[in-house]
Design a protein around this ligand. Structure first.
Ligand SMILES: O=C(O)c1ccccc1NCC(=O)[C@H](O)[C@H](O)COP(=O)(O)O
Length: 264
């Protein structure tokens, strides 16, 4: 692991659990749905490309949502989500690979496996269209990016600063997420994306991850160069327990549309 700085206790605990989790039995072979096609479809429809996240809970969430994950994902797609992210980490986020499989069968948009994959065998746990690799936690990033592509996954490589962006580019990443959440303190700061995005080459698909809560945040990230946004908490609204996920998604997806409250 690239442990350049300290980690929040919750993140250290997530990593400890990830090290214990087994890989898959065989080698998966994915016929992936294209993320770039899904993002282009959203843009053509006048929707902000949002990857909406099914995240039952998290170390920073103020509650848990026990809704059926498939119903949540369908509600997000109904609200205009271009793709779905599914937490498959069980012990800190309440996710599971089984939920991802059910969701991918139920929706027709690309599905991202959001987990803490540390080694090649862990790629083979479940089929997904996209797979998250976090620069900070992976030793052989180039090897894992290549291994993910060999299986048919589109790797989404997550960075938090310019040095990690450089590492991601050297490893051949084509889809890069800039995480606004600092894994040392778990605080979110949208300036993170704004400071890293200018260094990303034009041809990279750039995703702003974490901390996007309002239509104004969406517009801010788009103005800073986000091709897509990964949004979990604001859509799940954990504290409320039952808020309308379709409406939460729609509000953010239409943030650039004057008629839908661009001044919010
Ligand atoms: O969300 C957390 O509390 C968290 C804590 C520790 C490590 C990772 C964490 N989140 C993973 C994510 O990347 C987010 O779920 C994703 O970017 C969406 O963020 P948000 O819209 O802020 O829920």
């Amino acid at each position: 692991m690239n442990s350049r700085t300290e980690l929040a206790p919750a993140v250290a605990s997530i990593l400890e659990a990830a090290r214990e989790r087994p890989g898959g039995d065989g080698v998966v072979d994915v016929d992936a749905r294209s993320l770039s096609d899904a993002l282009a479809r959203a843009e053509a429809d006048g929707r902000v490309p949002v990857i909406a996240e099914v995240k039952p809970t998290s170390p920073t969430a103020d509650g848990t949502r026990d809704d059926d994950p498939v119903e949540l994902a369908e509600a997000m797609v109904e609200g205009g989500a271009a793709a779905i992210s599914v937490l498959t980490e069980p012990s800190h986020f309440g996710g599971s690979p089984e939920s991802l499989t059910r969701i991918r069968e139920a929706v027709d948009v690309p599905v991202l496996r959001k987990d803490f994959v540390l080694e090649e065998a862990q790629l083979d746990v479940v089929e997904a269209d996209l797979l998250l690799l976090i620069v900070r936690f992976v030793d052989d990033l180039e090897g894992l990016v290549a291994a993910a592509r060999e299986r048919g996954f589109q790797p989404l490589v997550e960075v938090h600063d310019e040095a990690e962006l450089e590492t991601a580019l050297e490893a051949g990443a084509e889809i890069i997420g800039v995480n606004n959440r600092d894994l040392a303190r778990l605080e979110v700061d949208l300036e993170t994306f704004e400071s890293v995005a200018p260094d990303a080459p034009e041809e990279v698909t750039l995703i702003a991850e974490s901390g996007v809560s309002t239509p104004a945040d969406v517009r801010r990230m788009r103005e800073a160069g986000a091709d897509a946004l990964l949004i979990g908490s604001a859509i799940m609204d954990h504290g409320s327990g039952d808020s309308d996920v379709t409406e939460n998604t729609r509000r953010l997806v239409h943030a650039e549309n004057e008629a839908d409250g661009a001044h919010t």
